[in-house]
Design a protein around this ligand. Structure first.
Ligand SMILES: Cc1cc2nc3c(=O)[nH]c(=O)nc-3n(C[C@H](O)[C@H](O)[C@H](O)COP(=O)(O)OP(=O)(O)OC[C@H]3O[C@@H](n4cnc5c(N)ncnc54)[C@H](O)[C@@H]3O)c2cc1C
Length: 503
């Protein structure tokens, strides 16, 4: 049978593009199909009025250049393999927290400085703080010693197990532990435990008890090793570089090409149908869509459908993109902030404000004398369902929520309202429509108490159909979906007879 390509990838998010790039570099032909006009999904960028806005992600891990300084620098390794340059700027602070109970703590790259500033706020807990963050370091040490590969690939698992038996055993034990329960072993102060909850919530949108220790070990330790970086020109530089890598090795990436169906015959994926009716065939298909969209929309056979609650669905987002006069941001202001007014509703829609102003680091993303701001809160499509896009009521609802957010943000940046020169607003309906994400979700989460290894991996119930992205292990976040793309590509490459070399 003549195939259109060895592997077809549905979606040019970071998970899909990473899988495509590594497979293409290994000599497999790939076609990536993206419904939007630009790559990147939640890690895309868009331009308005001279400003470049990050559609979603702005805090990036994995770009350290120093292999000795933590080997979780997966992005550096990936781009080195592809021979594609992605210039980045180091950020000395991951996030600056502004929380109730006078908790005002910047998370410095310098871990000692961060721990000291936390201990200054909670002097009686210094020992417990140090012990908890040491636990995270231990996880990090293990993870940074193991090569990235597919946990479903017995050859990879056996080879890693043989080479690093004690590390693998120690890691396996840690997969049963939660970040919050680990913190409670060494920390008593309830306000400090709230801070630890926020450390989890900031990227996992779950409290610390629901967050696996292993995932925390990556996010909360690597920031002090590999550090946080920002790609010059904005988040879109990352997917653009992946597309360059794919094309450099002869792969195809097509935009405005939406897949409407995964073709399955006798339990095997054979290709895809596009919105215009065209059929493309392949030896393997990778879906970068969410697990709900893959199972309940792209797979037509009801035997593959899943109930809504098979996975815990993370909320969606309300996002506010602002172009502002630069004078509103004082000198020395950090790039990323999280603020909460009241602990009672930090995890409710709108309770926690995430704020980034990346033009502080990279002035090229704003016109001279201006800054870009991206502020966002969790939200749910159910709160917007009765409204129609483009209607006055919908615009009014967006404007009302944005005004509230600006008022709250003025506690941090007085005069913000008057400094706004451009405003773009996106509701959960935007998120759902733009990214084809079921209910605009941030993706599936683990139910409290579940082991991190219970997260779906890259294989699916359909043979030759694989998944990459935040619906798969290890989960949400750009570095996480890059990992998922690497493990997906390595599984497929071995299956198709030409295994990848470790990054
Ligand atoms: C507001 C926000 C802020 C964030 N901040 C950060 C951060 O600071 N740091 C961080 O590391 N992470 C952050 N994240 C998370 C991170 O961006 C995501 O976890 C990650 O980018 C998801 O990548 P993905 O490949 O799984 O999927 P997506 O980004 O959703 O990409 C999937 C792609 O597939 C396309 N697609 C879907 N269905 C089809 C179809 N049928 N046919 C064709 N194309 C299709 C979509 O259009 C999309 O382009 C943030 C996310 C959001 C929403």
């Amino acid at each position: 049978m003549g195939y259109s390509a060895d592997v077809i990838i549905i979606g040019a998010g970071i998970g899909g593009l990473t899988a495509a790039a590594l497979l293409q570099e290994r000599g497999f032909s790939t076609i990536t199909l993206e419904k939007n006009a630009v790559p990147g999904g939640s890690c895309a960028a868009f331009k308005r009025g001279g400003y470049t806005f990050d559609a979603g992600a702005s805090v990036f891990y994995g770009f350290s250049d120093d292999d000795r300084n933590g080997s979780l620098n997966l992005h550096s390794r990936l781009f080195r393999r592809l021979g594609v340059d992605v210039p980045v700027i180091a950020d000395p602070v991951q996030i600056h927290y502004h929380l109730p109970d006078d908790i005002d703590v910047p998370v410095y790259y310098d871990q000692e400085r961060f721990l000291r500033s936390l201990a200054e706020r909670f002097p009686g807990e210094e020992e417990g703080i140090r012990e908890f963050y040491r636990e995270l370091e231990e996880v990090y040490e293990i993870l940074s010693s193991l090569p990235a590969g597919s946990l479903e690939d017995p050859v990879h698992v056996l080879s890693v197990g043989r080479q690093y038996p004690s590390l693998v055993f120690a890691l396996a034990l840690k997969t049963f532990r939660s970040m919050g329960k680990t913190a409670r072993r060494t920390i008593r102060d309830r306000k400090l435990l709230r801070f630890i909850d926020m450390e989890a919530y900031s990227w996992a949108v779950q409290d610390a008890v629901s967050t696996p220790l292993v995932n925390a070990g990556i996010c909360l330790a690597d920031r002090h090793h590999g550090g946080i970086h920002y790609p010059v020109g904005g988040a879109g530089a990352i997917p653009d570089a992946l597309c360059r890598g794919i094309r450099k090795f002869g792969g195809q990436v097509h935009f405005r090409r939406e897949v409407t169906e995964i073709l399955v015959r006798r339990g095997k994926a054979e290709g895809v149908r596009l919105a215009d009716g065209e059929l493309l065939t392949s030896r393997a298909v990778v879906t970068n869509a969410t697990v709900w969209d893959t199972c309940n929309r792209l797979l037509r056979d009801s035997r593959y459908h899943i109930p809504d609650d098979k996975y815990l669905r993370a909320p969606s987002w309300f996002q506010m993109y602002l172009g502002v006069d630069a004078s509103v941001i004082p000198d020395g202001f950090n790039v990323h902030h999280i603020f909460v007014d009241d602990w009672a509703d930090y995890s409710m829609p709108g309770g926690t404000i995430y704020f980034s102003a990346p033009s502080i680091l990279d002035p090229s993303v704003a016109p001279e004398g201006k800054h870009v701001i991206h502020a966002f809160v969790t939200d749910e499509t159910s709160r917007w369902q009765q409204l129609r896009r483009g209607d006055r009521e919908y615009e009014k609802a967006k404007k009302k929520l944005a005004d509230e957010l600006i008022t709250r943000t003025e506690a941090l940046l007085p005069g913000l309202r008057d400094a706004v020169e451009l405003e773009v607003l996106a509701s959960p309906l935007t998120h759902e429509r733009y990214l084809n994400r079921y209910k605009g979700t941030y993706g599936p989460l683990l139910y409290p108490g579940q082991n991190v290894l219970q997260k779906p991996q890259n294989r699916t119930p359909v043979r030759n159909l694989y998944a990459a992205g935040d619906s798969t292990f290890p989960g949400q976040g750009v570095i996480a979906v890059t990992y998922s793309g690497v493990s997906c590509a390595s599984y497929i490459a071995r299956k198709l007879g030409n295994p990848l070399e470790y990054l």
